[in-house]
Design a protein around this ligand. Structure first.
Ligand SMILES: Cc1cc2nc3c(=O)[nH]c(=O)nc-3n(C[C@H](O)[C@H](O)[C@H](O)COP(=O)(O)OP(=O)(O)OC[C@H]3O[C@@H](n4cnc5c(N)ncnc54)[C@H](O)[C@@H]3O)c2cc1C
Length: 488
């Protein structure tokens, strides 16, 4: 019986190290499709810049696939209806895709696709493309599994596919087709751009990585800037991991002090590739954490006091705290800000303004071109103090400015009216707000329910650095100490 494959491209917009594309090359016929789902466009995390960026990734991919005989179709519509319609014209026997750890609507859509495949007799096969393990029962040994996956050989792009006759690639959609305006200034997109960014980082830009990533000015060039490539899958995590390890080995082999220092910088980067999957695994294991607290004992802590006025000031960069406002305006305009400043923005919303993390999280998700649901919601809760297991970090905007923008260059760039009468006065008094936040958090964290649940969270989601189970002592130490008042 002939095998006819449909490759469903999602957040994996590359040719190489792509298991569904490789598998399809062995089939009698193959077509690829990217579906622009109205559900995605309607979702509260969506922003037009996400679609614009995806289309920029698709353009070179469509041409590269066509050159090797594989037409890429670009369809818009709900799933599984788009598949049902396609199947009327192309009797595919197999659906190939990567696993996705996405928001609730994508889980529901995957369940509907699975039902449709069963009813239609289509064999749907999915492959992992990160270190996230589907159906994981226990976290013990997760780090070893991650390492095995990342060290496995990468897949070359197939030389050729066989397409059914009469099919050609679709024209690319335009944002205007969906009534959306194109956002300005997107970062470079597509597989070639991703490799350029990886190479320039490993060869040159990463030389002072550990220092540069904390600064909103220096991280733009001195961080890897690979996050959007990883989120849209123009590079696989395994490719990044292997290129990094090879570069570290070369540097160590060179033997001189400068090369060894560069290798040490890249070690810090390599660790973050594991964090990427560690955080995504939390959403994979507990999809509800995109909308409810890790520790249910914190339910009710902030919800009733949500202030729309403070939220609006925060999201428009009008809080009267120059470093907070500069970071927010920079993010809103460019779609990216470095880790430390993301953490500071969330800390300010959670502690200074006492805002529940969900609405701020949605605003940030829309701004981040690299929006990755698993990392995002885990980090939102971690920086808001609702995981029960992480040290609480209350960032002082004044200290962040003094440490990372001592001459005020960054603030002046994004808040030109700073110091004039046009700039708003502070929306809250920082020291009073933080004192209240610490008192309230201590009371909530010390409730018997929160402490009991925190132990469960640690067991289910906590990192196992050694790959071994947490000892009873480590587990109880992590939850017994509220670790309050760590001002950074
Ligand atoms: C509240 C909050 C929300 C975040 N939301 C996202 C998100 O939606 N998408 C996203 O990719 N990152 C997110 N991050 C993590 C981090 O800020 C970005 O990955 C990083 O700033 C991207 O820039 P880079 O590629 O230059 O990072 P680099 O420092 O060069 O790191 C390399 C890669 O490692 C991973 N990584 C780095 N830091 C972390 C981290 N703390 N946790 C998990 N993975 C990490 C990313 O894949 C990143 O691309 C969030 C952080 C916070 C505090």
């Amino acid at each position: 019986m002939p095998t006819r494959a449909l490759i469903w491209l999602k957040r994996d917009l590359r040719m190489s190290d792509h298991a569904p594309l490789s598998q399809a090359a062995a089939c009698d016929e193959a077509l690829a499709v990217f579906v622009i789902e109205p559900q995605w466009l309607r979702s509260p995390e969506f922003d037009p810049r996400h679609l614009a960026y995806a289309l920029q990734c698709l353009r070179p991919l469509r041409d590269a696939l066509a050159a090797r005989g594989l037409p890429l179709l670009i369809r818009s519509g709900e799933l599984p209806e788009v598949f049902a319609e396609l199947r009327r014209d192309y009797q595919f026997t197999h659906l190939f895709s990567h696993e996705e750890t996405g928001p609730g609507w994508s889980y529901a859509r995957d369940r509907a696709v699975a039902r449709w495949c069963r009813a239609a007799g289509v064999d749907w096969r999915q492959w992992p493309q990160t270190g996230v393990v589907r159906g994981l029962r226990r976290r013990d040994g997760w780090a070893r599994q991650w390492q095995r996956r990342m060290d496995a050989p990468t897949l070359d792009a197939p030389a050729r596919w066989r397409a059914p006759s009469g099919w050609s690639p679709d024209a690319l959609a335009d944002l205007g087709d969906f009534g959306l305006a194109s956002p300005p200034g997107l970062p470079p997109a597509g597989e070639a751009a991703a490799w350029n960014d990886l190479d320039s980082f490993l060869l040159r830009r990463g030389r002072h990585y550990r220092r540069n990533i904390s600064s909103p000015l220096l991280a733009r060039d001195g961080g890897s800037r690979l996050s959007q490539h990883l989120s849209f899958g123009t590079l696989s995590l395994r490719q990044v991991h292997q290129a990094t390890e090879a570069r570290i080995a070369d540097l160590l082999g060179a033997g001189d002090t400068e090369a060894r220092a560069f290798a040490w910088q890249l070690r810090g980067f390599a660790a973050r590739l594991r964090w990427h999957c560690h955080f995504m695994q939390k959403l994979e294991d507990e999809p509800e954490i995109e909308s409810r607290n890790f520790v249910r004992g914190f339910d009710g802590m902030r919800e009733q006091e949500f202030s729309p006025r403070l939220f609006e000031a925060w999201r428009h960069g009008m809080t009267g705290y120059p470093m907070v406002d500069a970071c927010m305006r920079c993010l809103n305009a460019t779609g990216w800000i470095n880790f430390r400043m993301r953490a500071m923005l969330v800390s300010f919303a959670a502690y200074h303004l006492w805002l529940h993390w969900r609405e701020p999280g949605l605003h940030l998700a829309r701004q981040f071109i690299d929006f990755e649901p698993g990392i995002h919601w885990s980090q939102m809760q971690m920086q808001s103090g609702t995981t029960g297991i992480n040290a609480l970090r209350m960032y002082s905007p004044a200290k962040q400015a003094a440490d990372h923008d001592p001459r005020g260059e960054f603030v002046r760039q994004w808040v030109p009216e700073w110091g004039s009468a046009a700039y708003p006065s502070p929306v809250v008094d920082a020291s009073g707000a933080l004192r209240r936040a610490r008192q309230r958090l201590a009371a909530w964290r010390n409730s018997p329910q929160a402490r009991a649940e925190a132990r469960e969270v640690l067991e289910r989601h906590g990192s196992r650095k050694s790959g071994l189970p947490p000892t009873r002592r480590r587990a109880s130490a992590a939850v017994a100490s509220p670790q309050l008042g760590l001002f950074e």
